[in-house]
Ligand binder design. Structure first.
Ligand code: 4NP
Length: 163
């Protein structure tokens, strides 16, 4: 843990902070609460871009979450290098582009991870296989498929932190 704080900080990051990272944040909060572990964490999400700052999550993310009993309360904000690097123990990027941008903004390599690297079914996977695809411009069930990916990864993440 960073500093003297009591909680373990986890920040989920995508590009806009309206589709993928608010969903990851909501799922992780939901799982931690179900397992009675929520008070151990400081959980938030952010975007590398500021285009949607101040907005609620995309209605399609809110809908798929709600269908699975997960509430999304996140308001979009941009990643703030100084404050966020100080506050969070783990910074989790949704794809390799977000990861590159975060490194460019000074995020420390040893506290930066790709979301899908926590999916046990993807052990040994590399490259694009580890990206959570951006569902924003897509059609069809992109949000359901992102939800499924994030659920597997959040579950692996909880196990990895709890060890
Ligand atoms: P997110 O999706 O990074 O998962 O929140 C996006 C949302 C908006 C845009 C791109 C990605 N956009 O270009 O506005």
């Amino acid at each position: 843990m960073t500093g003297n704080k009591e909680t373990f900080g986890v920040l989920f990051v995508c590009l806009g902070n309206i589709c993928r990272s608010p969903l990851a944040e909501g799922i992780f909060i939901h799982m931690a609460r179900q397992r009675g572990m929520l008070d151990r964490f400081d959980i938030d999400s952010a975007g590398t871009g500021a285009y949607h700052a101040g907005e609620r999550a995309d209605p399609r993310s809110i809908r798929v979450a709600k269908k699975h009993g997960v509430e999304l309360v996140s308001i979009a904000r941009q990643f703030q290098p100084r404050e966020d690097i100080d506050r969070f123990d783990l910074i989790i990027a949704m794809d390799r582009e977000n990861e590159r941008n975060l490194l460019g903004k000074g995020a420390p390599r040893d506290r930066l991870r790709l979301m899908r690297s926590y999916d046990p079914a993807l052990a040994g996977a590399r490259g694009a296989e580890l990206d959570v695809p951006d569902p924003y411009f897509g059609e069809g069930d992109g949000f359901q498929s992102v939800y499924d990916m994030l659920t597997r990864a959040c579950s692996g993440l909880l196990v990895s932190i709890d060890r």
